[in-house]
Design a protein around this ligand. Sequence first.
Ligand code: FPP
Length: 226
Amino acid sequence: MDGNGRWATARGLNRLAGHRKGVEAARRVIEAAPTLGIRTLTLYAFSSDNWRRPMEEVAGILGLLQYYLERETDRCVENGIRVSVIGRRDRLPPEVTAAIVAAEQATSACTQLHVRIAVDYSSRDMILQAAQQCAGWSRDNFAIALGNSDHGGTPAPDVDLLLRTGGEKRLSDFLLWECAYAELYFTDRMWPDFCAEDLEAALQSFRARERRFGAVPAPLLPAISF
Ligand code: FPP
């Protein structure tokens, strides 16, 4: 969801105004996702490195997250959207943690779309934490440990498409294990301007790619002639 800050600065607004617009863009994408066949959507809302930002911006982002969860949970239930949060919880303000737990519980049986929001998230830390529990484990068991509590004992899902807005071409400590075979899509569009058509364009590009997962292309069926 990159570009909120630059979007706001370019309009003479403070960065938080960009994050507010970013929440609207997140809502648009969440609404569009099921109609485009997306079953799992992970949004990178706050990385563990984002604690380095000014206190007001950090408080603003976490406040927006809390507001969004409190306000949208009923609508998520109505639309079959399961919400869960990945990342550390022990450093979040208690009212934010409470909003997360309430949203997760209320939406736990929803099956249309799974929205995962990464908050105080560092993929390196997640890998390290899982590695400390899992010496000698298989990849699948490791992926379960990595899955956090949001997958109830199933592996963290592999990412099919990683989409980054705002012109940056980096992974920034996001889902490093899960992106092993992700297709990458970068766009200059700033996140607050991102809309369903942009998501469709990304999916179109994704569908045109040949995914081989390290194997060779599927052999052509031999031509049969009579
Ligand atoms: C990245 O843009 C965006 C963030 C670090 C914050 C995103 C968080 C929200 C929109 C609020 C809560 C989220 C949800 C899903 C309800 P940036 O600040 O790095 O922008 P820049 O690249 O222009 O500096």
